[in-house]
Structures are given as structure tokens and as C-alpha cells.
Design a protein around this ligand. Structure first.
Ligand code: FES
Length: 318
């Protein structure tokens, strides 16, 4: 993982109604940023102990990172703070980039499915596919044209590369995305990528259930799973040396914060990967949205914000 750096907000602009585009640059222009792959996100440190993850929209650029923030009506402080308090010239602590939603650049065709602000990682993928000269198709649904960010950019990318772009606005009479139809008409060897609200992603999982798992990729904003809160086990910290009992209703992350540690974390629900920790011994009870079935079975990593333990002792590389 790439460490924390301080970046300056060079520009902010409306990408759509309620969606602010943000451009971040290094404090010194001759310090290149790490190369970010399509699908990668960064964690922004937003004032008092609030950390939020946002997908980067400009893969490969080393002199700036761009992202977009939708003002979430149920904001716990992240998007509200950005919209109301962050301004050009301000600086932010930024962790990453990290990528749990990587593009398979070797596949013969990519199908990108976006709902609302879920367009951001898929825009990055579309840009990369155009740069590679690889075929792609995109289906993008938003509530209205006013709320549809990056529509012009996507039209330009599609026109330039000959890709098929399907834009729909639910509240303006367009029929909803027909995921079963999209899946039944997949070009041979396609990989599918989806990001958006839970309803769209649940339907996407159902529509792609019969496909080989390695062809299906999705990224959630919010977890679909219940955190493990049974407690009743002990976490031993291999490097720190302490053993920490986990009580009922407590996450490992909270228990560690309770003894004065500061493990990296952001979403607290298993969707961002900030708290990923190596497991040296024991059997995790995985509740995240990030690890694949094979990675879960391997049992060598876990998200300590939401996952628990199936064994009485877990030894973590902390
Ligand atoms: S804090 Fe986001 S996965 Fe744990």
C-alpha cells in the first residue's frame, strides 16, 4: 500500500447536480504521484478523524489525481464536509491509491455498468480501455440528466473508440437497465464491471450468477453484509505483543482503538480495504465485500473493521 501524503486542492467544479469534481496535486510540482490503475481509490482525511474513500477518475496521470464526490443526503460528515467546507487551496491527507476493483486488461471485451456516482471507477476504466485500443461497452443509469456526471466525456470516449454507450435516466421515463439481457448478449470472453447503489449491484450479482467468477467484478459503496459482532475470542498482536479480548458487539478495530492503537481505517463496513490486516494464525469470519472466495479460503488477510473470528484465537500481524 502507498503511504499518506499531503495534497493540495487545485480545483473544484460541478460535474453534475450535487456532484463535485475535485483535482488534487502534490505540494511540490516535481514530486510525481504514484501511478494509479483504473478502479483504484484513495482515502481522504477530512477533518476530525473522518476518512472517506473515493475512486480516481484519471488513471495513469502522475501530476494530479481527480475524483468526484456526490453529496449524500445521509452523509455522516464526509461528503457534506467536502461540499460545505473544502475549498481550492486547502490541503488534505491522502492515503493510497489502493485497488480492489482492477481492470483485466487482457480480456477481449469489457462491459461497464454504472449507477449514479458509481460511474467514477468505470470512467477510469473507459479511459484506460480507449488508451489501450480495447473494445468496451457501457451502460450507465442515473436519476436524471442533470445528475448524470461525465456524460459528455463518456460520449466523446465512446465516439473516439467506436464503443457502444447506453445512457438512461430512471426519473425521465427511460426503461431500467435490463441486466439479464445485457448478460445474455455478452460478447465472447467479456469481463463485466459494475459499481453503483446496492439495488443495482444485487441485481447484477443475480444476473451474473452463472458466469465464471473471474469474469465478474463489482465494487460496493456500502456493505451488504452483517458485521461479525459475536465476540468471545482473543486477538493476539504478533509485533505489539499484547493480547486483546474481543467482547460481544465489538469489532476488532474498535477493540484495538480502545487500547490506544491507530490501525488505518475508513469505511468501517468492509468496502474500502483500508483496515486489511495479515492473519498469522486462526480462522477469520469474513464479512467484507472485498476478498474473493479463494482469498477468504486462504485466510491470510482480513478486514478488521467488520470481520471476526471462527477460532478462539486470532494472531494478527500488528
Ligand atoms: S475500514 Fe474499510 S474495509 Fe475496513
Amino acid at each position: 500500500m502507498n503511504g499518506r501524503r499531503t495534497l493540495r486542492v487545485r480545483a473544484m467544479a460541478w460535474e453534475a447536480e450535487g456532484i463535485l469534481g475535485i483535482e488534487l496535486v502534490p505540494l511540490t510540482p516535481d514530486t510525481p504521484l504514484p501511478a494509479a490503475e483504473p478502479g483504484a481509490h484513495v482515502d481522504l482525511h477530512l477533518g476530525s478523524a473522518c476518512v472517506r474513500s473515493y475512486s480516481l477518475t484519471n488513471p495513469g496521470e502522475r501530476d494530479r489525481w481527480t475524483l468526484a464526490v456526490n453529496l449524500d443526503a445521509a452523509s455522516r460528515g464526509g461528503s457534506k464536509w467536502i461540499h460545505e467546507s473544502l475549498r481550492p487551496g486547502d490541503t488534505l491527507g491522502v492515503d493510497g491509491p489502493r485497488n480492489h476493483f482492477a481492470l483485466n486488461e487482457a480480456s477481449s471485451h469489457s462491459v461497464l455498468i454504472a449507477g449514479g456516482i458509481g460511474v467514477t471507477p468505470l470512467l477510469a476504466m473507459a479511459r484506460r480501455l480507449v488508451a489501450l485500443g480495447k473494445p468496451w461497452t457501457m451502460h450507465y443509469a442515473a436519476r436524471s440528466r442533470a445528475k448524470m456526471a461525465y456524460a459528455d466525456t463518456l460520449r466523446e470516449l465512446a465516439e473516439r473508440s467506436g464503443a457502444s454507450l447506453d445512457l438512461r435516466c430512471d426519473h425521465e421515463g427511460d426503461p431500467p437497465l435490463d441486466l439479464a439481457k445485457i448478460v445474455s448478449a455478452l460478447p465472447e470472453g467479456s469481463h463485466l464491471y459494475a459499481c453503483g447503489p446496492a439495488g443495482l449491484l444485487n441485481a447484477f450479482e443475480a444476473a451474473t450468477a452463472a458466469l465464471a467468477r473471474e469474469r465478474v467484478h463489482l465494487e460496493r459503496f456500502a456493505s451488504n453484509q452483517q458485521a461479525a459482532t459475536d465476540g468471545g475470542y482473543v486477538v493476539k498482536l504478533a509485533r505489539d505483543g499484547r493480547s486483546v479480548p474481543i467482547a460481544q458487539g465489538q469489532s476488532i478495530l474498535d477493540a484495538l482503538i480502545g487500547i490506544g492503537l491507530h490501525p488505518p481505517h475508513s469505511c468501517r463496513e468492509g468496502t474500502c480495504g483500508s483496515c486489511e490486516t495479515r492473519v498469522l494464525e486462526g480462522t477469520p469470519d469474513h464479512r467484507d465485500e472485498i476478498l474473493t472466495d479463494a482469498e477468504r479460503a486462504e485466510g491470510t488477510r482480513m478486514m478488521i473493521c467488520c470481520s471476526g473470528s471462527r477460532s478462539p484465537l486470532l494472531v494478527l500481524d500488528l
